[in-house]
Design a binder for this molecule. Structure first.
Ligand SMILES: CC(C)(COP(=O)(O)OP(=O)(O)OC[C@H]1O[C@@H](n2cnc3c(N)ncnc32)[C@H](O)[C@@H]1OP(=O)(O)O)[C@@H](O)C(=O)NCCC(=O)NCCS
Length: 155
């Protein structure tokens, strides 16, 4: 498995946008893969937030994760977030998402970020609980119960 920035694989922008649309975007009546692609086009960075990291197996893009600003508007003081963690069906259960999460935490450290947040519908913390993330808040966001988790980068 290799890991590359979306900035270095702009050909993957449409693919990742379709993943995100089908996973999270369909509930938004104004949403579309093209709208997500426009937003993600601002994440073509390597050394600043926002950025996207891709997992690549023999030149096939099989997963992605975002390092981004303020994913939840209700928490404006929580600045840096991990989001958009996605692995294609055929590649799940092989630890790829775990590696993507660890990559982003390492990158955050390189960028001098002290604390990262994420939201998950897995109220037990799912994959993140085993990777050092701690529960921070549980809230009902847009009708869905979610857990906000945090990690102190570099610990
Ligand atoms: C969640 C997801 C990225 C995991 O990818 P993966 O490469 O199979 O993950 P890994 O092999 O590294 O780890 C598997 C773990 O993920 C956990 N997991 C599955 N879905 C999860 C979710 N939605 N949130 C958190 N953890 C999840 C599994 O329980 C498993 O944990 P276990 O090893 O303790 O049983 C993948 O299932 C996916 O893309 N799902 C759709 C998008 C999504 O729900 N993203 C997470 C948003 S918070």
């Amino acid at each position: 498995m290799e890991f590359e920035f979306l900035a270095d694989r702009p050909d993957a922008l449409d693919l990742v946008s379709h993943w995100y649309y089908h996973e999270w975007g369909r509930a938004n009546p104004n949403g579309s893969p093209a709208a997500i692609a426009r937003k993600l086009s601002h994440s073509m960075n390597r050394d600043m937030v926002p950025l996207v990291v891709l997992a690549i197996d023999r030149n096939v893009v099989v997963g992605s994760v975002e390092l981004k600003y303020r994913e939840m508007a209700i928490y404006p003081d929580m600045i840096h977030w991990l989001g958009g963690l996605y692995v294609t069906l055929d590649y799940r259960g092989r630890g790829i998402a775990s590696q993507l999460v660890e990559r982003v935490v390492d990158l955050a450290g390189d960028l001098g970020i002290g604390r990262l947040y994420l939201q998950t519908e897995r109220l037990d913390g799912g994959i993140y609980a085993g990777l050092g993330w701690k529960p921070c808040k549980q809230v009902c966001n847009k009708g869905i119960d979610i857990l906000v988790m945090e990690i102190d980068v570099g610990e």
